[in-house]
Structures are given as structure tokens and as C-alpha cells.
Ligand binder design. Structure first.
Ligand SMILES: [Zn+2]
Length: 221
């Protein structure tokens, strides 16, 4: 089955997603304190006509998009928390919260998933269904467990997650199947979804992967 993405292209969405990501970057929130972020996510999803569940696993937000054709239910996940780092980038959209920064890219993850939700809700003939999952507390390694305990995986056939990674060049992506604690080594290049809003930066938790990170209960890293 072939599907397309009318009517608004990614190019039309991009300025809004860049603004959203920069707003989130200005207002980072630590694990399980992502209340402003979750509120913005909820408003965005409701504006798309989706029924939203808040407070999942703490401050998590979930919404289902049911397609018009039979198919699997796919959960797509973005993490929302920032980390206790003082920003000294000098960017005009730098963190306004002392000692807290989106230094791991989760601000971009949220914006990208909002972009995906916007495009998918407009896609005719969507097969199966999509569960948009905005996860709290990824940096503490417990956010996924809490969401699972609250039932986020019920009825889910597959999970997709992604993470920005500064060792990759700006236009590079890498993918792997199964439960993954790190990206596949064989990358493939494609156009990034919000390329102009993604400065290269370090990913703090990539440097402190632990066995707990690879636990199946951790949806993705
Ligand atoms: Zn991260």
C-alpha cells in the first residue's frame, strides 16, 4: 500500500517546529518535572483533534491516532526531560532556567514527534494506528518503566524511538531493530526532519550507558 503526506509538507511545518523546539530549549525541565512541556504537548495534540491522556508514568503524555485501514498499533516515543547542566552556548534561545539545559536533544525529540503527529493526522488511508508517547524521566532510566506500569504498552505491536547523536554528521541517520542501547554502526543518510534546528551537541547519557539502560523495560535510550 502506498501512502502520501498531503497537504502540508514538512517545509511548511518546519518554521513552527523550530519555534517550538527553541521555546522548549528556553524552558528545560528535569525528569518528572516536565509539567510545562507536558502541557504544551497536550495542547498541541488536542489541537490535532486527538484524545490525550496526561500524567502517564508521572508527567507523560499519550495519544492514539486510529487509522482508517487495518494494521498494527505502533508506539512512537519522544523523551521530554532535560539534564542538570549549565548552558553557556550564548544562543539567543539559551536556557532561562539556571543549572538546567536541554543538552541531550530531548527538546528536538518532542518537536519532531509533534511534527510527525501533525503530518500523520492529516494522512488519508492511514493503516493501523499510532500511539504518540511523550516520556518523562528518561535520564533517570525510570520513565519508561513508569509508563509501562501505567499501561502504555497495552495493545502495542511495535515501538519506534530515536535520539540525536552528536558523533553523527548533521544529515546522517542510523537505524537498528530490536531493543537497542546504541545506534547501529552502519549509517544511512537521509534528510533530517527539522535540520535547521538541530545544533550538534553532546549527548550526556550516551557516555554513561549502563546495563540498566539495556533492560527491555527501557523502551529506548
Ligand atoms: Zn537523551
Amino acid at each position: 500500500m502506498t501512502t502520501t503526506f498531503p497537504p502540508h509538507s514538512l517545509d511548511r511545518l518546519e518554521p513552527d517546529l523550530v519555534r517550538l523546539r527553541r521555546d522548549l530549549h528556553r524552558h528545560p525541565e528535569l525528569a518528572f518535572a516536565e509539567r510545562r512541556t507536558a502541557s504544551i504537548v497536550r495542547d498541541r495534540l488536542e489541537a490535532l483533534g486527538l484524545v490525550v491522556r496526561s500524567g502517564v508514568g508521572g508527567t507523560g503524555v499519550v495519544a492514539d491516532l486510529d487509522g482508517t485501514e487495518p494494521g498494527p498499533r505502533v508506539l512512537v516515543r519522544a523523551d521530554m526531560d532535560a539534564i542538570p547542566v549549565t548552558e553557556r552556548t550564548g544562543l539567543e534561545y539559551s536556557s532561562t532556567t539556571p543549572g538546567v539545559m536541554h543538552a541531550c536533544g530531548h527538546d528536538a525529540h518532542v518537536a519532531a514527534l509533534i511534527g510527525a503527529a501533525t503530518m500523520l493526522t492529516d494522512m488519508p488511508g492511514l493503516p493501523g494506528s499510532i500511539r504518540f508517547c511523550f516520556q518523562p524521566g528518561e535520564e533517570l532510566l525510570t520513565g519508561a518503566r513508569r509508563m509501562i506500569a501505567d499501561g502504555v504498552m497495552e495493545g502495542v505491536d511495535a515501538v519506534l524511538g530515536a535520539h540525536l547523536l552528536s558523533p553523527f554528521s548533521l544529515a546522517a541517520t542510523s537505524s537498528s531493530s530490536g531493543l537497542s542501547a546504541r545506534p547501529a554502526t552502519a549509517g544511512r543518510r537521509s534528510r533530517p526532519s527539522i535540520r535547521s534546528s538541530l545544533p550538534r551537541r553532546s549527548c550526556a547519557h550516551f557516555n554513561r550507558l549502563s546495563p540498566a539502560k539495556r533492560d527491555p523495560a527501557s523502551l529506548w535510550w
